[in-house]
Design a protein around this ligand. Sequence first.
Ligand SMILES: Cc1ncc(COP(=O)(O)O)c(C=O)c1O
Length: 374
Amino acid sequence: MKLFDVYPLYDVTPVKAKGIEVWDDKGQKYLDFYGGHAVISIGHTHPHYVKRIKEQLDDMAFYSNSVQNPLQQQLAQKLGELSSCEDYDLFMCNSGAEANENALKMASFHTGKPKVIAFTNSFHGRTSAAVAATDNPSINAPINKQQEVTFLPLNDFDAFEKAIESDAHCAVIIEAIQGVGGLDEPTSEFFRFIAEKCKEHNIVLIADEVQSGYGRSGKFFAFQHHGIEPDIISIAKGMGNGFPVGGILIHEKFKPSYGLLGTTFGGNHLACAASLAVLEVLEKENLTENAAQLGSYFKEKATEIPEIKKVKGKGLMIGLEFDFEVADLRKKMIMEQHMFTGSAKNKKLLRFLPALNITKKDIDLFFEALKKAL
Ligand SMILES: Cc1ncc(COP(=O)(O)O)c(C=O)c1O
């Protein structure tokens, strides 16, 4: 059997990793400033993370959601404390798309309405409602197009007001910092405006923090830069530092009932151990603060490079915009400078999404390499 060929691959085979260092099968070292699509939050093979998962594996890897699993409660407790989102309940699943799928479903259950508002250049995943709310027709199959989604430009107050007149929308789903789309952000005024309008019109506000959450933006959640309170928050990626896990934080004003949501694998013992380890390291090593500080340092350093036209994003969720397409630059960065970086829907943008415990020295190395590659 061969693999279903859907990924254009670089000719690199990583076999070992530690922190932001990754080695390929020929012993070549790389620096990982991309974390495999913003997944690596506390660094590859962090000793506490490895220990926690190994110990859990020795005890028990999995049982379904039909028995007590105190690890889920411990995780909810810790997550509530660290994120300051103690007024929310946790539902666990396995990926970002699944988190958004459940968030959208909750919104529709709650309001009884069918339509969704999403924004230009959004990315929310590849499953049914999540992909329909993703602004990329090429990954929407006819079956997904049955979902009714209204796409609006970010920060367009009038368009938003007009769209909600119909009273058909159950949810607004928004990334506080767009990831795949290219690091554009709603302004605080716009975020506050839509939060208020959602309350007035019985629309559920979903903050997709799959990429921007878990400290990456310099606050636990990126929406916290804007002084708003979403109804549902979706999480994944950095939550497990590579272990496939996702979830939604559902405001406690939503009432659960047996069978409303469900999953076989979501919230399993190993996923909880991995997720607890991530939160413990985030707290112990002050990684959210580190992301904020190093984000500022990164932006300062970026001003030294004239080819960079714009620096977008917050904390360690950064996009460097050039006046040319960056595909070749990215290739040079990986094949010649041995550094992983990311691309975006905006082809002129190079994405920088390292683990949150990088140092100033790592950033200096990145800029030295970038200068050479340019
Ligand atoms: C903001 C956002 N939401 C959702 C997803 C989908 O997550 P997953 O690939 O885990 O399904 C992504 C993935 O890139 C994302 O960036």
